[in-house]
Write a protein that binds this ligand. Structure first.
Ligand code: ZN
Length: 305
């Protein structure tokens, strides 16, 4: 029996959010519908951020109303604050999960949401309570968990303390983000071995960026440390404005290919995922960074010459 690894596709939110040109709602809907038919069971589709802050995601409502995913796909939306939750709850029947975020470092959190970490935490505790009342599953996402572009080293102890607060508030899952690609595999292995001891009842998810080409090496280290839940973005879409030009999230195609080749099962049809990536290339009018999107799946029959 191959062991199952969970994957949350975050391209429609984390990926699209960083695209400089606004993508037409109809294109987003078509791409999300393609993704939702790849066999992926977790899909982050949009965010209820203020439209003037992120115009790319101003069509959150239209996207949620337009998509037609199979029933077994758990849809999630990113919620920045209580106001965002209010807006999202108007479409409560369209999704089952909310993702809430803050940064592990004071400077990154301040630059991102103009609040201290403590202020963010107390705000998120209220959001989680209300979201759970509405029957929503909650995932907390901790950015810059493995290093901060402003503060450098981030003590794991600090990250775990934040994760414990999120879990106590009612987050069933906590994702640790390597937001600017500073993590290395040795660090990741050590981090998750300690995290599993500290947070035995929480689903631990790894969210790596491939900024320095170490994304899949970090996945391998996390797997070895027992992590069985990952977030990735089709086409390797996404990234972070700091540092400039940084490549995005690890590519879903590369992640799925690696996991399948290693004998894990994801439920995802890699060819269908590649089709979605190709469609994203057509929509965006440029080649995307995913390796497997270019190379195709490994062909052990040797027929591709
Ligand atoms: Zn990301």
């Amino acid at each position: 029996m191959p062991e199952h690894v969970k994957i949350r596709e975050v391209g429609p939110r984390d990926g699209f959010q960083n695209e400089p040109e606004v993508i037409a709602t109809a294109d987003k809907v078509r791409l999300i519908d393609m993704l939702s038919r790849t066999g992926v069971r977790r899909l982050e589709v949009t965010s209820f951020v203020r439209p003037d802050v992120i115009p790319q995601l101003a069509d959150a409502r239209e996207v949620l109303e337009g998509i037609d995913p199979p029933d077994d796909v758990a849809l999630s939306v990113l919620i920045p604050n209580e106001r965002g939750l209010d807006n999202a709850l108007e479409l409560r029947e369209r999704f089952g999960e909310v993702n809430l975020f803050l940064s592990a470092s004071e400077t990154h959190n301040r630059k991102n949401v103009n609040r201290s970490v403590e202020e963010s935490l107390s705000g998120l505790e209220r959001v989680v309570a209300r979201a759970r009342e509405a029957g929503l599953r909650c995932e907390g996402v901790i950015s810059v968990s493995f290093g901060c572009p402003y503060e450098g080293h981030v003590p794991p102890e600090r990250v775990f303390a934040i994760a414990e607060r999120l879990a106590a508030a009612g987050c069933e899952e906590v994702a640790f983000g390597d937001t600017t690609g500073m993590a290395n595999p040795a660090q990741v292995g050590e981090f998750f071995r300690a995290a599993r001891e500290r947070l035995p009842d929480v689903e631990l998810t790894a969210h790596f960026h491939n900024t320095r080409g170490q994304g899949l090496a970090n996945v391998f280290a996390a797997l070895e440390a027992g992590v069985r839940s990952f977030e990735s973005s089709f086409g390797e879409l996404g990234g972070c404005p700091v540092p400039k030009g940084a490549t995005g999230n690890i590519a879903s195609e590369d992640l799925v290919s690696m996991l399948h080749e290693m004998g894990y099962e994801t439920g995802i049809d890699l060819n269908a995922l590649i089709e979605a990536g190709r469609e994203a290339q057509r929509v965006l009018g440029r080649p995307l960074g995913s390796h497997v999107l270019t190379a195709g799946p490994v062909d052990w029959q040797g027929l591709s010459a």
